[in-house]
Write a protein that binds this ligand. Structure first.
Ligand SMILES: [Zn+2]
Length: 268
């Protein structure tokens, strides 16, 4: 394969126009096709592969996204660092719509999703105590601050199964645990990245307050999409700034995530 990329972006459909000299590539993986054709192009001096997480026509709800195929496809193109912009609800009154949270912890409340590549051929236990890349996080926080965003450095993302939103009781429970934001796609995307020894950084845009935090009618999908659409141009700039500032050589430990483990197959 001739087309290569260093950095992967898994994001919403507003991100295509990020890329110069874009080329579309149809990829297949042992886990089926990714969410859509992969677009490979450049941002400044960096080569970037982009996958629309839900497909271009938003046909995959969060629990049906082919997460394993998406990460596998990126790695097979040479990608070693992944940025994951997404929309989230805030569990904190002080962080409202328009804040960018770069989480450093995660709680998995999903169920029934394929969450490992190592299903057969021996157990592979990967460390996940710190689920996000420290280098990528630092770069993302700096890029968000420089871009004038209200930026939250750290915090816990709780990933729910969806596609429904939280009840008020669930939302209050999440908040009372000290968790920061709630989303539907941050897992298993993050663990699958780790299982392929990729760097993974979440750029979470708060689109609303979660049900237990606000007194109103609760979140609607329409509100989330509207807010995201209003902010997509700024998010594109933030993703581009982050991509350009990512290290060209990795010094974090993400690339060593599989050292000493016996893998049942070779990574792409
Ligand atoms: Zn890393």
């Amino acid at each position: 394969m001739l087309t290569r990329a260093d950095i992967g972006v898994i994001g919403g459909s507003g991100f295509y126009s990020l890329l110069d000299d874009a080329e579309e590539i149809q990829l297949s993986t042992p886990y089926g096709p990714p969410s859509d054709v992969v677009t490979v192009g450049r941002i400044g001096s960096r080569s970037v592969a982009f996958i629309p997480r839900h497909g271009r026509d938003h046909r995959f709800p969060p629990h049906r996204i082919p997460y394993r195929a998406n990460l596998w496809a990126l790695r097979s193109l040479g990608v070693r660092q992944v940025l994951a912009p997404s929309a989230v609800g805030s569990l904190r009154a002080e962080h409202g719509p328009g804040a960018i949270v770069v989480p450093d912890q995660l709680v998995d409340r999903t169920s029934g999703r394929a969450q490992t590549y190592y299903d057969a051929g021996g157990a592979v236990h990967v460390s996940f105590s710190d689920p996000y890349c420290p280098s990528g996080r630092a770069v993302a926080v700096e890029a968000a601050r420089s871009g004038g965003w209200e930026t939250v450095d750290g915090g816990t993302l709780v990933v729910i199964e969806g596609p429904r939103f939280s009840t008020r009781a669930e939302s209050r429970w999440f908040a009372s645990n000290g968790w920061t934001i709630v989303g539907m796609t941050g897992f298993p995307e993050s663990i699958l990245a780790r299982e392929l020894a990729l760097c993974y950084t979440s750029l979470s845009l708060v689109t609303d307050h979660d049900a237990g935090v606000e007194a109103g009618e609760g979140v609607t999908h329409e509100e989330v999409l509207k807010f995201f659409a209003q902010n997509v141009a700024r998010m594109r700039t933030l993703v581009a700034d982050t991509v350009e500032a990512l290290p060209t050589e990795r010094t974090c430990s993400c690339g060593s995530a599989l050292d000493g483990l016996k893998l049942p197959f070779e990574l792409p």
